[in-house]
Design a protein. Structure first.
Ligand SMILES: Cc1cc2nc3c(=O)[nH]c(=O)nc-3n(C[C@H](O)[C@H](O)[C@H](O)COP(=O)(O)O)c2cc1C
Length: 405
């Protein structure tokens, strides 16, 4: 049996991912004054120990005022490095690579956690540095009619934010991360500069397409300059935001990003308008066409994300050349052992060796002793050892038709 593409290692500069399964960045809203804690260790650890190729940590802010909520992680100070290094070392001990997304919330800063309503926060004596937590943006335009009006950044301040991204990248290297991803999507600061819906500047950072791309490119160049040559650099874009920034603009930007040293574009959508998601119809793999288009037209490696839930769906996206990497977010929350489960369902001989022996050794023994064992994820989850009946790709529950289209 040839190795599925999903489990074929991938080299990116000096990094080799053990497979092409990536945990998409997911805010945990759990940091304390920007510091990582046990929750983050557990969260990254469960995916790393579940066999993923790359665990991408959540959007971690390069400036205090860039924090979205009180629970955002920070990298605006060296003091944050040791807490993150502990997580990096743990992921590495599990055999997983680990990256971190660098972000700035811009005009979408200072809101409540989603499950607390997600609305703009009101001044609160419990937040000691409230005044420093200022909303900034390319233009003084609120994110929606109920949001506070941000302050437009001056040209000198823009240069400072660019440098803040660079310094955060250097700290990410000091913490031992294998890659960083620049967050240029979802209506946050970089995307605000890109989108004509949020950027009405009349200087070198607004107006023409090239001017609106300037901040994103300067950030990418500065991060690249502060990030080792042999480590890959990712950038996430909202390829289509339904408000004037679309796939053609993203292709043009992706070409320029590639030229300044961005290795992978993580293709998402939406976030600049008040509604939470874009008008792209939500369905299985709904954003895969964006990854395909940028891969084909910009000649850049891409990562697909968005309702990718099944191993056979993921494999097909790769086989059809629509993306180079597969990222999963909510399905990983549901099943942190997704990568192990996929390896078993695809009949990989070394499936159980991909997770630490504290789990893998026992699961291998059980599979050998119980051919055809039914598990919580179906019979397909049982890898059968060499010489035993079956190939581990047993019957699956009925697939919705749209899943494989
Ligand atoms: C709890 C949660 C937190 C998220 N936080 C981030 C984040 O920090 N940065 C980001 O770019 N996207 C974030 N996202 C979006 C996901 O990375 C992903 O693009 C989206 O959930 C679609 O993928 P899925 O269908 O596999 O969940 C988050 C999603 C969830 C569910």
């Amino acid at each position: 049996m040839s190795t599925p593409l999903l489990f074929t290692p991938m080299a990116l500069r000096g990094l080799t991912l053990r497979n092409r399964i990536v945990v998409a960045p997911m805010h945990q809203y759990a940091a304390e004054n920007g510091f990582a804690n046990d929750w983050h260790l557990m969260n990254a650890g469960r995916y790393a120990a579940g066999g993923v190729g790359l665990m991408m940590m959540e959007s971690t802010k390069v400036e205090r005022r860039g924090c979205g909520t009180v629970g955002d992680l920070g990298l605006w100070d060296d003091a944050f490095v040791p807490g993150l290094k502990r997580i990096v070392d743990f992921a590495h001990a599990c055999g997983s690579s680990i990256g971190i997304q660098l972000g700035h919330s811009g005009r979408k800063a200072r809101v409540a956690r989603p499950w607390e309503g997600g609305r703009p926060l009101q001044p609160d004596p419990a937040i000691a540095d409230w005044d420093a937590w200022e909303l900034v943006a390319p233009s003084a335009l609120p994110a929606d009619e109920n949001a506070p009006v941000p302050r437009a950044l001056s040209v000198a301040e823009i240069a400072d934010v660019v440098q803040a991204f660079g310094r955060a990248a250097a700290r990410a290297h000091a913490a031992g991360f294998d890659t960083v991803e620049i967050h240029g999507a979802h209506g946050f600061l970089i995307h605000e500069f890109l989108s004509p819906a949020a950027n009405r500047r009349a200087d070198a950072y607004g107006g023409s397409d090239a001017n609106r791309r300037r901040f994103a490119l300067e950030v990418a160049e500065c991060v690249r300059a502060n990030w080792p040559e042999d480590k890959p650099l990712f950038m996430r874009l909202s390829v289509d935001d339904d408000a004037g920034w679309g796939p053609a603009e993203s292709v043009a930007l992706a070409r320029e990003l590639k030229a300044v040293g961005v290795d992978v574009i993580d293709c998402s959508a939406g976030g600049i308008l008040a509604r939470p998601v874009s008008s792209t119809p939500i369905g299985y793999g709904y954003q895969v066409p964006f990854a395909q288009r940028l891969r084909e037209e910009a000649g850049v490696k891409t990562m697909a994300v968005g309702l990718i839930v099944r191993h056979d769906q993921a494999e097909r996206i790769l086989q059809e050349g629509r993306a180079d990497l597969i990222a999963l977010a909510r399905e990983m929350l549901y099943n942190p052992n997704w990568a192990l489960d996929a390896a078993c369902k695809m009949g990989l001989p070394e499936a159980f060796a991909s997770v630490p022996p504290a789990a893998g050794w026992w699961l291998g023994k059980r599979a050998a002793a119980m051919p055809g064992l039914v598990t919580s994820t179906g019979t397909g989850a049982v890898h059968l050892g060499k010489g035993q009946a079956g190939n581990g790709s047993g019957p699956h529950p009925q697939l919705p038709k749209s899943l494989l289209q």
